[in-house]
Design a protein around this ligand. Structure first.
Ligand code: MTE
Ligand code: MO
Length: 384
């Protein structure tokens, strides 16, 4: 069994698939802390978790003028400044279950918790590429940076993807070769000893157990870059889908969801007020500037309070424009509407480009169930 050496996982996780291991935390746990503890951070593995010995670990870097180079973990930690960012990571399939309710799609049936927020520390990819010879000459032809994991399928093919060169070398891109998550060694499920963190970009490009980096004129030819993680029209079905017709997903669109109360919860009529909680985030470093909440299915709206720190603690300092990599947690306490027997609670976020979420799923439905970011709705009952 290639999965026999997979790590232990927290029993509270909701498992979507055991082998490979894919799981998410219960929604209400997700917004209990601004920084997601690694045990509750969603796990999305395509293959068995590779066991990597940190002492013999080598990262290959290829495609630069100096030819192929290798870096040890020690090199990464000592030769380059340590940089820390707080960044939210979201799987392209987060909230896929909402698409399944409209019409069956292919993929793991994620709820709303295939997302997490962590503090990542490591060497900047930019610093490593520059130190190894990236410069004006390479900039003439280089367009993409490929990443390959040490996890391999039965045919020996490693998980791999790529990102555009601009994101990789920009001073504002904050792409990390991370060796710490929340101040500790990256746990095995999240890429020990080194993973790429590409803030603002879909989870799929944040390659774990990083084994190889390649600077290239071409995009990665991998299955995950060319055939998966792309968006299509609601009218496209499996008979006529042409993967070449769509670009690979990189920056994600604006997203928000309600983590409490849970769908189907029963609220006590005797409570004067109702508290609604959730998260909101947007890709590309766009900051969430507002979250609107409705208790009546979208007829009337109230503005939620946003925070970027733990409840009762000071917020993290505001990020520079275009570098808002971390989510906002939000909360609204409002009078319980009198006489209502059922409430349809809805949330929607607005980002710094004034992008908004679509109100319903059908216009964004797609056969893989990706980019599911319609207004999130939960129904609760009010009882005596
Ligand atoms: N990297 C490798 N090497 N193998 C993988 O299966 N899954 C990707 C990405 N990086 C994956 C990977 C996907 S689709 C996502 S959403 C994120 O890792 C999930 O990261 P996490 O498990 O740390 O939450
Ligand atoms: Mo993903």
């Amino acid at each position: 069994d290639p999965f026999s050496s997979d790590p232990e996982r927290h029993p509270v996780l909701r498992v979507n698939c055991k082998k490979p291991f894919n799981a998410e935390p219960p929604p209400e746990i997700l917004t209990e802390s601004y920084i997601t503890p690694h045990v509750f951070f969603f796990k999305r593995n395509h293959l068995p978790v590779p066991q990597v010995d940190p002492a013999s670990y080598r990262l290959k870097v290829e495609g630069l003028p100096g030819g192929a180079l290798t870096l040890s973990l020690e090199d990464l930690k000592t030769r380059f400044p340590k940089h820390t960012i707080t960044a939210t990571m979201q799987c392209a399939g987060n909230r896929r279950s909402d698409m399944n309710k409209v019409k069956q799609v292919k993929g793991l049936n994620w709820g709303i918790s295939a997302i997490g927020n962590a503090k990542w520390s490591g060497a900047r990819l930019r610093d490593v590429l520059l130190a190894l010879g990236y410069g004006p000459e390479a900039a003439q032809w280089a367009r993409h940076v490929h990443f390959e994991g040490l996890d391999k399928d039965e045919t020996g093919t490693a998980y791999g993807t790529s990102i555009p060169i601009n994101k990789a070398v920009s001073e504002e891109g904050d792409v990390l070769l991370a060796y710490e998550m929340n101040g500790e060694d990256i746990p095995p499920d999240h890429g020990f000893p080194v993973r790429v963190v590409v803030p603002g970009v879909v989870g799929a490009r944040n390659v774990k157990w990083l084994g190889r980096i390649l600077v290239s004129a071409e995009e990665s030819g991998s299955h995950w870059q060319q055939h998966d993680y792309k968006g299509f029209s609601p009218g496209t079905d499996w008979n006529k889908v042409d993967p070449r017709s769509a670009p690979a997903i990189q920056e994600l669109p604006v997203q928000s969801a309600i983590t409490a109360p849970a769908d189907g919860a029963v609220i006590d009529r005797g409570d004067d007020t109702l508290t609604v909680k959730g998260y909101a985030w947007s890709g590309g470093g766009r900051e969430v500037v507002r979250v609107d909440v409705s208790l009546d299915g979208g007829r009337t709206w109230q503005v939620a309070r946003l925070r970027s720190g733990d409840d009762g603690q000071p917020d993290e300092p505001s990020p520079p424009p275009g570098r808002a990599w971390a989510w906002k947690l939000w909360e609204l306490t409002a009078p319980l509407p009198p006489e209502a027997e059922e409430l349809e609670i809805v949330c929607k976020a607005v980002d710094s480009s004034y992008n908004v979420q679509p109100d319903t799923v059908p216009p964004i439905w797609n056969l893989r169930g990706l980019l599911s970011n319609a207004w999130h709705r939960v129904k609760v009952r009010v009882a005596e």
